[in-house]
Design a protein around this ligand. Sequence first.
Ligand SMILES: [Zn+2]
Ligand SMILES: [Zn+2]
Length: 338
Amino acid sequence: MNSILQTILNEIIGFLSLGGIIEMFKTGDFSRLSTLSGLLGTLYTLIPALLVFEIVSALIMRRFSRSHYQIPFLVYVLNRFISVFVSFGMVGFCIGLFEKHAIFKSSVTWYWFIYGYIVWEFGHFIYHYLGHKVRLFWCLHSTHHTPQEMNLFVNHAHFFLEAPYADVIRTTVCILLGVSPTMLFLIMAIDGLWGSFIHIGDNIAKNARLGFLNKIILTPSHHRVHHAKNPLYMDTNFCNLLNIWDRVFKTYQDEMYDVKIEYGITREMKPNSLWDSYFGEFVCLFKDMAAAPGIKNKLLYVVMPPGWSHKGDHKTAKVTKEAYLQESRSHIAEGVGS
Ligand SMILES: [Zn+2]
Ligand SMILES: [Zn+2]
């Protein structure tokens, strides 16, 4: 019994990232704050603390709904459970495999840091874009998009296979393009921190544009747009901190004051079902494949974007957005004409 309680306590301490801080106070040694990795480790504790604050403030304002947190929480618990047994170490594996094939080797300086970050974002863009545009990868990524409210727990809602697959792509791109492993780990730490923060809930940051920063980096507002199922917002803002590649590949979208974000995915979902959130898209894919005639059509369902149909009546994000824009344009034209 004692060991079960100890395990739960360790999980809570681990989740709240309190280990380092407890150690710091126990030993009275605060020198870790003077190193970058120590400082980042301490800053990481801010995210769970913000999450607790988010829940408490929602409780006080009587806006707390268990359903907003239930799915991300259950996915988090499931992931923790699986990751105890499955440790991939994909990052180390890819570094070992590809370092000798790097086109050149960069060092650890501030300008190579900027270069490394831009390259990392490129790897992130590729992984994330494929996660939305290739049906099989969407089956993995959709778990992260099923929550119908935005809060910091959403950051933990991922299909367990998604992290290794994302890390393979991001690490490989960085290592092949000459980013040093030390720089890679630094960038990963900063990116993980920012990746958590951009899921900050509406309860504590109603307007999350962050002022002038909205013009230069990817803010929580941009990521809220990414989590929206509105036709205008779907499949936009794939980057994490620098939205340079969204601008290059024309997937950048601002949060519009007159288009209120609706979180979630477009298909009808079973409310608060962990199964539907985790495996629902796989079930839909198998159904589509089973109904499709011929092996070619069946395989096309695996690689084509979500919404693609062998009958030609596609309901992809692109088709939906074009129809929406067409309708808005005709409304404007009618308004001008009348
Ligand atoms: Zn996404
Ligand atoms: Zn997200």
